[in-house]
Design a protein around this ligand. Structure first.
Ligand SMILES: [Fe+2]
Ligand SMILES: [Fe+2]
Length: 415
């Protein structure tokens, strides 16, 4: 194909726009569906899948910006068939239907991108080829991950690029699977109200170490992934694209942490359901009445206090020679700093950078959930700084509050 026969600039823009629409809509569906799946292994599969969708969208959106497309939400075009395909899937809530669509959509995207690559001029538009190469690699990895975790089959015929394209921003009224206020849970996991002992007690015995990892898996990581998914599904379309990408990244991180916890639990001879759980992370999150409050509850208070607790736990692991748990926590902590930073960044965006309004949102979120700011563990200032907490917040809210009584004293905030 010669340069004259390849895509024109406007055709490339339109094609990238159609890919972006497909990926954004797919992300919203995958996010809503995370809450509908009960079995943890499948819920985690979707959390991991959603991370691939976000990474692909990142590459496509970057190339769109380079080619001078307009700002978020205005540059999205879609084919009539794509719109109809997603609208028809909005009633799907059963695992088999979800898995079939996610696998099928990945295959459809793969075929579309492979075809589009042949239309791009390798000299005039080489960076679009680079972007599509990155997308292709991610599609292949996503496909392999889905197959490895038992998600097969599926069919999706969107004709992404072959239909008429109409300019269309994503709209709240576009159909989406229903949002659940209580995510589904596996039968083997039983609700209970017993407090989990603190880490200083748990590290003393193998049974305690097993309970610690069970707590992280059942109470923290899966629920954290769910909060990010819900943020995308409920608030994503009214926020900048980067917010959606950040939440997709965090959801995938939490899903990966859940896999790490699942493997660690197996190493200790434990199993999901060996201990009760309280669903504290989700129940706290859903008390937030705005996106800012939800981010304050999960990313800033929950994960912020978790940074201090994790530093405390790592000291305990060192004292007890628990090298396996130490290595595990070091990787968790590296990711959690980024998650806290997401919360700090996007609350600041929502309060126009006003420090007092930021503090007010956090205080309101703490009141609604009965949480302490900071929590039980000594404040780890260095980590708090790395996570984007302001010097003012550290001095006036964290260090000042550290001497006082805190509401989450009995709890075990975590990664
Ligand atoms: Fe995590
Ligand atoms: Fe996290």
């Amino acid at each position: 194909m010669t340069a004259l026969e390849s895509c024109t600039l406007s055709q490339t823009r339109r094609s990238l726009s159609a890919l972006a629409y497909f990926l954004r809509r797919l992300l919203r569906f995958e996010s809503a569906w995370v809450l509908h799946i009960a079995r943890f292994e499948d819920k985690v599969t979707l959390g991991l899948a959603l991370g691939f969708s976000g990474q692909m969208l990142d590459f496509v959106a970057l190339r769109q910006r380079e080619l001078g497309s307009a700002a978020d939400g205005e540059w999205v075009t879609r084919s009539g068939r794509t719109l109809a395909t997603f609208d028809a899937q909005a009633d799907t809530v059963a695992l088999t239907g979800i898995a079939a669509f996610v696998v099928g959509a990945n295959r459809e995207l793969g075929q579309t991108v492979a075809w589009l690559r042949t239309c791009i001029d390798p000299l005039y538009d080489q960076p679009t080829l680079w972007a599509l190469d990155c997308v292709t690699r991610l599609l292949e990895e996503k496909s392999a991950m889905l197959a490895t975790r038992g998600w097969h089959g599926g069919h999706c015929d969107c004709r992404l690029l072959t239909d008429d394209h109409a300019p269309a921003a994503l709209r709240q009224q576009d159909r989406c699977p229903p949002l659940l206020d209580q995510p589904r849970r596996p039968q083997e996991l039983q609700l209970g109200d017993a407090e989990t002992p603190g880490p200083a007690v748990l590290v003393q015995s193998e049974a305690g170490q097993r309970q610690l990892v069970h707590y992280i898996y059942s109470e923290i990581e899966v629920a954290a992934a769910e909060t990010c998914a819900r943020n995308i599904a409920e608030f994503g379309d009214g926020m900048p694209l980067q917010f959606v990408l950040d939440m997709a990244r965090q959801c995938a991180d939490e899903a990966r942490h859940a896999v790490m916890a699942e493997q660690m639990l197996a190493h200790y001879g434990g199993w999901l359901g060996e201990f009760n759980y309280r669903n504290r992370i989700w129940n706290a999150y859903i008390k937030g009445e705005s996106l800012a409050e939800r981010l304050a509850i999960e990313q800033v208070i929950g994960e912020g206090n978790g940074l201090d607790m994790s530093a405390h736990c790592m000291d305990l692991f060192k004292q007890h020679g628990l090298d396996r748990l130490l290595r595990y926590y070091e990787f968790l902590q590296a990711d959690e700093i980024g998650h806290c930073a997401f919360g700090n960044r996007w609350i600041r965006y929502l309060v126009d950078g006003d420090e007092q309004r930021f503090t007010d949102v956090v205080a309101s979120a703490a009141r609604k959930t009965g949480s302490g700011v900071p929590g039980y563990a000594p404040v780890c200032v260095e980590t708090r700084r790395a996570a984007g907490f302001s010097e003012q917040f550290i001095a006036q809210q964290l260090l000042k509050g550290a001497a006082g009584e805190t509401a989450s004293r009995a709890g075990l905030p975590g990664p």
